[in-house]
Design a protein around this ligand. Structure first.
Ligand SMILES: [Zn+2]
Ligand SMILES: [Zn+2]
Length: 170
C-alpha cells in the first residue's frame, strides 16, 4: 500500500498489513505477506521499524528442486527524500544498523519495502532440507530420489589400483 508521508501524524503510524505482494526477478512470493510496521517521521526522514513474514519459493542449492520457505524479517529502515540522494556519503557515516532507502513525491510503497526486506533475508545457500543429499556430481541424478553407482564404482577403481600396488610389492 502507498503511504503519503505528509499525512503521517506527529505521533507516528502503526500498520498491521496482510498484503499480496507481486514477485519480481529477485524473489517469488507465494503467500500474502503479514507485517506489523511502525512509521515515524523525523524531519524529512521516515523511520520504519517492525517485522514481516512471508512464504517464498526458492531453489535448493544442492538438488535444484523448487521448495517453499517461510521468511521472517526484522525491519529497521530509514527513508530519505530522493532529492538528498547525492549526499549519500553523509549517511554511511551514521552507522550501518539501519537500512537506507529513498522516497519520491511524498510517498513510499510498503510493497516495495516488504519485498526488499524478504530478499535481504533469503539464505545465501537455500536447502530444501538440512539433510538434502543433492545431485550426483558425476551423473546428475537426484540422490534424494534414487541411487546411482558412481560412488561405488569409484571405490572399486581405487581398490583395483590398491590391489595392483600390493601385487607389485610381492
Ligand atoms: Zn535439496
Ligand atoms: Zn551418479
Amino acid at each position: 500500500m502507498k503511504v503519503i508521508i505528509s499525512e503521517i501524524p506527529e505521533e507516528g503510524l502503526e500498520l498491521e498489513l496482510t498484503e499480496k505482494i507481486s514477485s519480481d526477478e529477485s524473489i517469488t512470493i507465494v503467500s500474502p505477506v503479514k507485517a506489523s510496521l511502525r512509521i515515524d517521521k523525523k524531519g524529512s526522514e521516515v523511520i520504519i521499524t517492525g517485522a514481516a513474514k512471508g512464504t517464498v519459493e526458492l531453489q535448493c542449492s544442492r538438488c535444484l528442486k523448487l521448495f517453499e520457505m517461510d521468511i521472517d524479517s526484522k525491519i529497521d529502515v530509514v527513508y530519505h527524500p530522493a532529492s538528498e540522494i547525492n549526499k549519500e556519503e553523509h549517511y554511511e557515516l551514521k552507522g550501518d544498523e539501519l537500512d537506507t532507502g529513498f522516497y519520491r513525491n511524498d510517498t513510499f510503497d510498503t510493497d516495495d519495502l516488504l519485498r526488499e526486506q524478504l530478499v535481504l533475508n533469503i539464505p545465501m545457500k537455500p536447502l530444501c532440507s538440512e539433510g538434502c543429499k543433492g545431485l550426483c556430481p558425476k551423473c546428475g541424478v537426484d540422490l534424494n530420489i534414487t541411487q546411482c553407482n558412481c560412488a561405488i564404482s569409484e571405490i572399486d577403481s581405487r581398490l583395483a589400483v590398491l590391489k595392483q600396488l600390493l601385487g607389485k610389492k610381492k
